[in-house]
Design a protein. Structure first.
Length: 124
């Protein structure tokens, strides 16, 4: 495979799963764009070598972050069960409207593939 042959994006790139996914993608020679508002993840989690954007999925236009990306891994969400239970309207706003914003930005940017990951916390 040609080095840095494909550009991919990861929302939630500073979280545990997102940062590990970014690292794995980098190790497979992908060019990685990371998007995270750092509300739950940390800057220290962000692997060196990714093009990081500190942005919120509630931003109405993330198209500029996704420009040139072939694939998008959408991992960003509010998923802390106690926080979600304490703030259900905010949780719905972030998880539903944020995902809608991400999907619209991906469509507008011409992203060909979307991989969406949900949380196992809903089953607890």
């Amino acid at each position: 495979m040609e080095k840095y042959s494909s550009r991919v994006a990861v929302t939630g790139a500073a979280g545990f799963i997102g940062s590990n996914l970014c690292q794995a993608l980098l190790s497979e020679n992908y060019r990685v764009v990371g998007i995270d508002n750092l509300s739950a993840g940390t800057r220290e989690n962000i692997p060196q070598g990714i093009n990081f954007h500190q942005r919120d999925i509630l931003d109405t236009d993330l198209r500029d972050c996704l420009a040139g990306c072939e694939t998008l891994f959408h991992l960003a969400a509010k998923n802390c069960l106690s926080d979600c239970a304490a703030h259900p309207v905010e949780t719905a706003r972030v998880n539903v409207m944020g995902t809608a914003n991400v999907l619209e930005a991906a469509r507008a940017a011409g992203v060909k593939h979307l991989i969406y990951a949900d949380t196992s916390a809903e089953y607890e």
